[in-house]
Ligand binder design. Structure first.
Ligand code: FAD
Length: 376
């Protein structure tokens, strides 16, 4: 018998939707409230490493993600002069039917998860959020910003980095911290030879990631101490091009640089991190995904950890006969693994920013790959 009957999921992003999918056929009713009335996501890509595919496979969604994405095997690192440094293979841990890694456009992943959550029976309400949470001994009473009310056995805060659930239920929790680096991204047509993730380890670091037969994205990680820089939108393409000036001797990067022309398609984001101390629940309110932990994208593990959180939480809700035991098991299985990922992602960011001569990005990246491959 599941330990709860009715769950409120706050946030219809990766973590929230995967939670709803994980509750399919469990007998637990899931209701999602999503603040964004359009329920859309911005249009660049996401890297799904082996453990992300393993977690999606547990939810029955890996095949679809791979069919909509671009299956790959490795991360190829180059020196800024164009000489190869290393090829880091990803382990094939999701099973023999799945590749070691995948690249997928965010809107495609979002659409797969939206359809799956609704097919799993989740009720979705858009354009609202929680106004108040009132714990009772056996439930959480919730009032919503549209004036409606509900009572739930469990509230799941899956509302991302600036989580309102965290603010309401976890007084004293840390705030997101800017890590002094931003990332520039742009979608481009994929040249046939780019069949894995390629990264040039100069300053700034540049990478390209296949997302489909005809699509890839470029990213540039760029040190920006103090606070994230702001540019007029009209200048964004030119600013992104400028950051590739030092790579014009590499023919592929010179060609790609020339294609960065539409400022409205440049996506500029700061790297921000947070690690809410354990436990990630306060009574019947639990945090998952970026609401509980966010990392820099250097190890491409943020969404992977969010999907794993959802898999573990829903497994424990099905398995345990008390909610307390389910949440205890969730905290136990998740906290230390995620803490190490957050720390490694920060370390890589600091090394890039400070040009530390003792930096070992290959070593830390491999350590994150090995940790990711551990069972969850
Ligand atoms: C530049 C960059 C690149 C990245 N690349 C990768 C990558 O390649 N691979 C990878 O694994 N991870 C990557 N990540 C991390 C990944 O994007 C996040 O970890 C992931 O999106 C977290 O999912 P989430 O569902 O917890 O949060 P989100 O994706 O932020 O979803 C939260 C949802 O909650 C909604 N919401 C917000 N506030 C409220 C509210 N008050 N009430 C109701 N709903 C609300 C939002 O609209 C959204 O739908 C990257 C992150 C960044 C910044």
């Amino acid at each position: 018998m599941p330990s709860v009957e009715k769950i409120l999921i706050v946030g219809g992003g990766i973590a929230g939707l995967c939670t709803a999918v994980g509750l399919k056929n469990s007998g637990i009713k899931a209701e999602i409230v999503e603040l964004n009335p359009k329920w859309d996501v911005y249009g660049v890509g996401i890297i799904q490493l082996a453990n992300a595919l393993r977690a999606l496979a547990a939810l029955g969604l890996a095949k679809e993600a791979i069919a909509e994405g671009f299956p790959m095997s490795s991360l190829v690192m180059w020196r800024p002069d164009g000489e190869p440094i290393a090829t880091l293979p990803q382990p094939q841990i999701a099973g023999p039917d799945f590749p070691p890694q995948n690249g997928i456009a965010r809107p495609k992943l979002h659409s797969i998860l939206q359809k799956a959550a609704q097919a799993a029976g989740a009720r979705v309400r858009l354009g609202l959020t929680v106004a108040h949470l009132e714990p009772t001994p056996h439930s959480v009473k919730v009032s919503f910003t549209d004036g409606s009310h509900g009572e739930y056995d469990l509230v799941v805060g899956a509302d991302g980095l600036r989580s309102r659930v965290r603010r309401l239920a976890f007084p004293g929790a840390p705030e997101p911290q800017y890590e002094g680096q931003v990332v520039w991204r742009y979608n481009l047509p994929r040249p046939a030879e780019v069949d894995n993730i390629w990264m040039w380890m100069g300053d700034p670091k540049v990478g390209i990631v296949p997302l489909g037969p005809n699509l890839m994205y470029m990213f540039i990680t760029d040190a920006a101490p103090g606070s994230p820089p702001r540019f007029p939108e009209a200048a964004l393409a030119q600013e992104m091009q400028k950051r590739l000036d030092g790579y014009r001797h590499i023919p592929l990067l010179a060609q790609l640089r020339a294609q960065i022309t539409d400022p409205s398609k440049v996506v500029l984001r700061p790297f921000e991190t947070i690690l809410v101390p354990a436990p990630w629940n306060q009574g019947r309110v639990v945090l998952i995904g970026d609401a509980a932990h966010a990392m820099t994208a250097h190890i491409a593990q943020g969404a992977a950890m969010a999907i794993e959180d959802a898999v573990v939480l829903t497994e424990e809700l099905r398995r345990q006969t008390s909610l307390e035991a389910a949440l205890q098991a969730y905290n136990h299985r998740r906290f230390d693994r995620v803490r190490q990922m957050v720390e490694m992602s920060r370390q890589l960011c600091i090394w890039e920013r400070t040009h530390d001569p003792k930096a070992d990005p290959v070593g830390v990246t491999m350590a994150s790959v090995q940790l990711a491959a551990q069972p969850i």
